[in-house]
Ligand binder design. Structure first.
Ligand code: IDC
Length: 461
């Protein structure tokens, strides 16, 4: 990861330069934009306007970063050198400090409270000196109802918010994932106890509130949001191999209904934190979150032998990581955060000439922009995944759309979503499905994608 361009960066280099901006333009148009380094030095104190997290000047901000595993389980990653690498090389602008409240070593069970608070203090300190936002997460999980440990939560947040009252970059997450049938009403009761405690010391800090059913039922919060306080956001958590269109649509519905949403935890594997990766779904989530400028924080920083861990289980180091140290989740995440060349699947980087990474094809009223978002090798074949954006470039609505993408060699269709796909020789024919056929004049649609394979290296012609 430490290539020469990145090691030249200095702490103050927080704005992407104009060359990089130009390079990123096509990617931005395709909804998979490369890093927005909206750091505390640039954005200052954050607040919530409508459904959007905004900076000091009222400009929309998207935080993208990583969550620790349980602080008591993996304290070794709370070190400044590692945080510096996340900020400089991974372009993360937020880190979440997950402090389990129950389970072994939990704050409210058998954990050493002072030790855990010291880890939180160190994490906030390092994040601040490395110019990142930081989330203090009261990580309820097996204790499914946050009211169970409400009095300890009150004491914890009173003390932490008092100690961090001089910090503009601290975000408070008051209950990770209510579950076990805990209702939105019960969560609200808890939130109404905790929010004023934090507000007494941090009058403007952004506060994240969990939602029912492991922070998935954002529609229930949207129907009955917490009144009387500014800068409240509601969390949605997803694991891409388990949670797909249904939960995405629930998120979009809640945003459309006016709820500010923050994805403070997600994984690209299944909800156990383990199992296979669903990259197509993961990328579909990223596209939608980018489109709505929803912030997202990946689970988890550890070398645990589970899919969601970003490091290989054999890697013992705690800083100075290289690509070889990353798990497939780690590689995917590194690519998403940096916009750099993907190295997933077999772990081998595929050299695709940069001119072939994207192509724009005009057909009738529309332009189809294909952005290569991933490429890997399997069973002797090269696979290429494209994110497609379809833009109506005319001044009339279109009622259906289609386009052909031509490649340098014959291809096979592996997977496709939100479109109809067929292949003939070297040509991929794409056309609309009923729910995305109509595009308003000047409008565009995203969340369309395809995976093709070939037995030779491909470029788009
Ligand atoms: C998982 C960890 C796993 C640990 C388990 C119980 O990945 O190593 O054994 O918790 O502590 C969540 C939770 C998060 C879970 C994660 C994956 O917020 O704590 O971590 N997950 O199961 N919600 C949905 C998934």
């Amino acid at each position: 990861m430490a290539d020469s361009q990145q090691t030249e960066e200095r702490a103050g280099d927080v704005q992407p330069d104009s060359r990089k901006q130009e390079e990123n333009q096509e990617a931005e148009e395709a909804g998979l934009e490369t890093p927005d380094i909206s750091s505390p030095a640039v954005c200052g104190k954050l607040s919530v306007e409508g459904t959007q997290l905004v900076d000091e000047k009222g400009k929309a901000v998207q935080l993208r970063g990583l969550s620790t595993h349980g602080l008591s389980f993996y304290p070794q990653y709370i070190n400044e050198e590692f945080f510096a690498q996340l900020r400089r090389e991974w372009k993360a602008n937020v880190i979440r400090l997950a402090m389990y409240t129950a389970e072994s070593g939990g704050y409210c069970t058998d954990g050493d409270k002072e030790y855990l608070k010291n880890l939180v203090r160190a994490g906030v300190e390092y994040a601040s000196s490395q110019d990142m936002y930081v989330i203090v997460d009261w990580h309820i999980l097996s204790d499914g109802n946050p009211n169970q440990h409400a009095s300890e939560a009150i004491d914890f947040f009173a003390q932490m918010s008092q100690e961090f009252s001089g910090y503009d970059n601290v975000i408070y997450e008051i209950c990770n994932e209510p579950n076990g049938g805990t209702s939105w009403g019960e969560i609200k009761t808890y939130a109404q106890k905790i929010i004023p405690v934090i507000r007494a010391n941090a009058p403007d800090a952004v506060i994240l509130v969990g939602t029912p059913n492991w922070s998935q039922y954002v529609d229930e919060a949207a129907a009955d949001p917490i009144a009387g306080y500014d800068n409240i956001m509601y969390t949605l958590h997803f694991y891409a191999a388990t949670h797909k269109d249904d939960l995405r649509n629930r998120m979009i519905g809640a945003i459309d209904a006016g709820l500010p949403i923050f994805v403070s935890e997600y994984g690209i594997c299944d909800a156990s934190g383990n199992g296979g990766i669903d990259e197509a779904q993961a990328n579909a989530w990223v596209q939608v979150m980018n489109q709505y400028k929803v912030s997202y924080v990946a689970w988890n920083i550890s070398n645990k032998a589970e899919t969601s861990a970003i490091f290989q289980s054999t890697v013992e180091k705690t800083s100075g990581f290289s690509q070889e140290d990353l798990s497939d989740s780690g590689k995917w995440l590194y690519h998403i955060l940096t916009g750099e060349k993907p190295t997933l699947g077999s772990g081998q980087t595929v050299d695709v000439p940069s001119s072939s990474q994207s192509a724009a094809v005009q057909s009738g009223k529309v332009e189809v922009i294909a952005l290569l978002v991933n490429s890997w090798e399997a069973n002797g074949e090269q696979f290429y995944q494209y994110a497609l954006t379809v833009k109506n470039i005319s001044n009339q609505p279109c009622e259906r759309w289609e386009a052909d993408l031509r490649f340098s060699g014959d291809i096979s269709l592996s997977d496709g979503w939100n479109g109809q796909y067929s292949v003939q020789g070297n040509t991929l024919h794409i056309s609309s499905v009923d729910y995305n056929a109509r595009i308003a004049a000047g409008g565009s649609i995203q969340d369309v994608g395809v995976i093709i394979s070939a037995n030779t290296g491909l470029t788009i012609q």
